[in-house]
Design a binder for this molecule. Structure first.
Ligand code: ADP
Ligand code: MG
Length: 409
């Protein structure tokens, strides 16, 4: 049972004691911040974004935009004064900044939880703890790995981990900070290329599939989840998410959801958390699950929930940070989500505007463009969610949209 002290629920509009509209703050002004701001504003909250970029997607649409670095003491003090509750959209925000803000505001997720997600080694240790506390067969552990902090660790890496993936412990995203290493010989050179920063050596697994679960946990310990997402990555970047009843074997799906909730529970997490899993073939030929990583925030794979569920991951973020009740989101349409990377603006060899009018002529297409000013290869510029009554219909539309946009995967 949760014994946290419950601060008052922050109702929208004029609920603050000092007679001003309740203001919700977010650290980071990217697309996740943008969609959070949209959800918060729709419910009548004011918003404040802290991001040093004057053209950040969320900063441009927020009531307040504090233009400063995430560790700027003055800006954090202003944020604390301005806001009634604070969240983050950016997992690499300094945990110390969240700690500072928590002196005046409810901050969710808490600095301690974000700090766990910022370091792959700490994160994996947490996954092991969480798995150890779960009952036998239901336990879902991390990918086999070894830490690489200093030169002596090189020899200690178990031979069974090769071929491996070397990942920096901190600051990796969208496949950045990762190097494939075929053998122990390649490891030392690959680590030198990463300037000998602290790393994790992970066994490279043959993936049958990838999936993720978005959970939301309230201050009272109540936990709800989005339906499980099945994801396809291309070059380490999420390319496509599919959600429909039966998208993964029912038993595996239930276990992934249970594991994600256990991970949130063990952290006494408050807020939205996404846990990524790998589906692998086990020694006996049956399918099993391992935990890949977690994100202490809404996740790219949960974007479909805006149109395909009656409650989105951003609605859940608003509800967890304000202490509003959570209810289990219900999937009312099958969905395919396609990420729109900068590549599609550039794939004809010159900058051109994709034929959105043709895409939007297709049934059930929902276009999200984040308002980023420059298209670059691999940069997330937007996403397209396709809803339909069946997954076959959604896939058919996705194929047509991909042909228009030149997305080949
Ligand atoms: P990021 O923080 O960049 O999302 P991930 O660790 O999730 O980093 O890796 C990105 C993608 O690379 C994964 O979604 C998966 O497709 C692939 N990948 C990562 N680790 C492994 C592994 N141990 N075995 C096989 N594929 C992996
Ligand atoms: Mg990932």
């Amino acid at each position: 049972m949760n014994t946290d002290v419950k601060p008052a629920v922050l109702l929208p509009a004029f609920a603050a004691t000092d007679d001003r509209p309740v203001t919700l703050g977010v650290l980071g002004g990217g697309q996740l911040g943008l969609m959070f701001v949209h959800a918060a504003q729709r419910m009548g909250y004011r918003t404040a974004v802290l991001d040093p970029d004057p053209t950040s997607p969320a900063g441009l649409v927020s009531h307040h935009h504090l233009l400063a670095d995430y560790d700027d003491a003055q800006a954090l003090a202003s944020m604390a004064r301005l806001c009634d509750a604070v969240t983050t959209e950016f997992e690499n925000v300094p945990a110390e900044s969240l700690r500072v803000l928590s002196q005046r505001n409810p901050v969710s997720p808490a600095a301690e939880a974000v700090a766990v997600a910022q370091d792959r080694l700490v994160e994996k240790a947490h996954f092991q703890t969480s798995a150890a506390q779960s009952a036998g067969a239901a336990a879902v552990g991390p990918v086999p790995y070894a830490p690489l902090r200093e030169a002596v660790d090189l020899e200690a890496v178990d031979a069974s981990l090769f071929p491996a993936i070397l990942k920096t412990a901190r600051m990796g995203y969208d496949g950045k900070g990762q190097v494939q290493v075929a053998s122990r010989d390649a490891l030392a050179a690959a680590w030198a290329d990463l300037n000998h920063v602290t790393c994790v050596v992970e066994k490279r697994l043959d993936l049958v599939a990838e999936c993720s679960v978005v959970v939301a946990r309230g201050r009272d310990g109540a936990c709800v989840h989005l339906p499980l997402q099945v994801n396809t990555h291309v070059g380490g970047i999420l390319a496509r998410t599919e959600v429909f009843p039966g998208n993964l074997d029912a038993d595996l799906s239930a276990r992934a959801i249970q594991a994600a909730e256990a991970i949130a529970e063990t952290l006494r997490y408050v807020g939205v958390l996404c846990v990524e899993f790998f589906v692998v073939k086990q020694g006996d030929g049956t399918l099993g699950l391992v935990v890949n990583e977690m994100a202490p925030r809404p996740h790219n794979s949960g974007h479909y929930s805006i149109e395909a569920c009656d409650l989105s991951q951003f609605d859940l973020q608003v509800r967890t940070m304000t202490g509003l009740p959570l209810s289990e989101p219900r999937l009312h349409s099958a969905a395919v989500m396609l990420n729109l990377l900068g590549d599609i603006w550039l794939n004809t060899g010159e900058l051109r505007t994709p034929a959105w009018d043709h895409v939007l002529a297709l049934p059930g297409t929902h276009l999200h463009l984040y308002g980023k000013l420059e298209a670059r290869v691999g940069r997330k510029m937007g996403h397209l969610t396709i809803t339909a009554s069946t997954i076959e219909a959604a896939r058919q539309v996705a194929e047509e949209a991909q042909a228009i946009l030149g997305i080949w995967h």
